[in-house]
Write a protein that binds this ligand. Structure first.
Ligand code: TYD
Ligand code: MG
Length: 457
């Protein structure tokens, strides 16, 4: 048991420490998240530990030893893409996502694939009994594999079990970190202190044995990894599993990665028999397109190194309100206001008396500024009541001056569109690596006003 020290009041969302209880946390603004806890429990070695002399080495002399981090490849290609080519040995990964999104399913499928490839995998469930985990594995056709299961919540017990195993594990899955508790902290399971210290012990285990530890963390509806936001800083990679309850597909995204890129996404579809990888996401997002509907424009986007086409839908309608409505799903509303302002200031298109609704099809979320042009074209098309050509893709950033600026990877975006049967493109003038054409299939726009003329006449 840790030495009893003074308690403080700690926010369970952001770990800010307060000297007295209060209803709202000053750190993150959340209500009712402050709990009395011991902020220093388990930190440091305690009074019994004697200091030990460390070792310093010159940076330059390490030259010969530098090599790529060894990885274990899960063979779930979409997962490997996000981790940057497989889990790095000795690293700790946090997999976040809303409850029910499919974290346990994904990890069970990855565990099965790794086990089939001869790796030693341990799946520790703190939420479900072994029988329940088995049942899920059976549904996923993973029950014939050598994955080892344990239903445990005490970190010391888990570490003792792992250290006693005949064959050292290559990968340990902890589902979930919020259910874990350690003897070294005396607060209740699920509190920041317990989560932080449990994670610390598991990370230490990963570093010292070379096993990869993947911890599941549930996120709040605001998208933060609930409570253990502190854990985000401690692990080597944070991966988020996202999706929309009303859609079947799920997106895996790296929010932090010490050993790889953070701009790659993995796309899955949740089926009766588990998660199916979607190798060509554009087909998924363009699946249910209506022909000849005004207000729809296909955006030629990029996610990391992969092109992705999505449909942007706009509805512009005369308002009955004093202040017109602007509603956006899947895009930044500040960016929409900017496009509306540019249309008014530089193109003579006034939306001051119109409600504007913007939706990114399929519940997908776009973060690229390159979507500006597709959004502007969708708005103009809806306002004019004229459908855009269905075989055309749009991309380009719009500046406040109304000019259209080039974006990276123009060639790749066009290639992806051609692969899916698109015949033409509207893109910024001056884009690099655009295929040379003699026909009019590529329209290189310089100013937004030129496009207004082209679309609305
Ligand atoms: P789960 O992996 O338990 O989610 P998490 O661990 O993130 O809380 O997945 C839960 C949902 O997935 C559940 O609503 C049922 C659904 N599901 C399927 O549709 N097909 C399947 O094969 C499995 C295992 C789950
Ligand atoms: Mg689960």
């Amino acid at each position: 048991m840790a030495k009893k020290s003074k308690t403080a009041f700690i926010c369970q969302n952001c770990a800010t420490t307060h000297t007295q209880w209060q209803g709202k946390c000053d750190g993150c603004g959340e209500w009712n998240t402050i709990v009395e806890d011991n902020p220093l429990a388990g930190i440091g070695g305690g009074p019994g530990r004697a200091p030990k002399k460390g070792r310093v080495v010159p940076l330059a002399s390490l030259d010969g030893e530098i090599e790529e981090a060894p990885r274990i490849i899960s063979r779930v290609a979409e997962l490997d893409r996000v981790t940057g080519g497989g889990f790095v040995r000795g690293s700790a990964v946090l997999l976040g996502g809303e409850p029910g999104i499919g974290k346990s399913t994904l990890l069970m499928q990855a565990a099965a694939a790794l086990s089939r490839a001869g790796h030693n995998i341990v799946y520790v469930s703190g939420e479900e009994a072994v029988a329940q985990v088995r049942l899920r594995a059976k549904r996923l056709k993973a029950n014939e594999t050598q994955v080892l299961l344990a239903a445990e919540t005490n970190v010391e017990d888990i570490l003792t079990t792992l250290n006693d195993m005949e064959k050292r594990p290559d990968l340990v899955i902890i589902d979930s970190i919020q259910t874990m508790w350690t003897d070294s902290a005396d607060s209740a399971p699920g509190t920041v202190t317990q989560v932080r210290q449990s994670a610390q012990a598991l990370i230490r285990y990963a570093k010292s044995t070379g096993a990869t530890v993947v911890m599941v963390g549930h996120v709040t509806k605001e998208g933060n990894i609930a409570g253990p936001r502190v854990v985000e800083h401690m692990v080597d990679a944070v991966i988020q599993f996202e999706g929309d309850g009303s859609h079947q597909y799920r997106i895996l995204r790296a929010l932090k990665n010490r050993f790889g890129p953070t701009d790659e996404i993995g796309v899955f579809e949740m089926m009766q028999s588990g998660l199916r990888q979607v190798a060509n996401p554009s087909e998924l997002f363009l699946g249910e397109r209506a022909d000849n509907a005004p207000g729809a424009a296909v955006f030629g986007g990029m996610e990391g190194t992969r092109p992705l086409l999505v449909e942007i839908q706009a509805l512009v309608a005369p308002t009955s309100l004093g202040t017109p409505r602007r509603a956006v799903v899947g895009w930044d509303s500040a960016r929409l206001s900017m496009i509306i302002a540019v249309l008014q200031a530089h193109c003579g298109v006034n939306l001051g008396q119109h409600d504007v609704y913007l939706n990114v099809a399929g519940g997908y979320r776009i973060s690229e500024p390159a979507a500006d042009l597709a959004v502007a074209c969708a708005l103009i098309s809806s306002l004019a009541g004229l459908a855009l050509p269905t075989d055309c893709v749009y991309f380009g950033e719009i500046s406040l001056s109304g000019s259209i600026r080039p974006v990276p990877h123009a060639g790749q975006r066009i290639k992806e569109a051609e692969k899916l049967g698109f015949k033409s493109a509207v893109l910024p003038k001056g884009s690099s690596d655009v295929p040379k054409r003699n026909d009019e299939s590529i329209f290189a726009a310089e100013k937004l006003v030129d496009l207004v003329v082209k679309i609305a006449g």
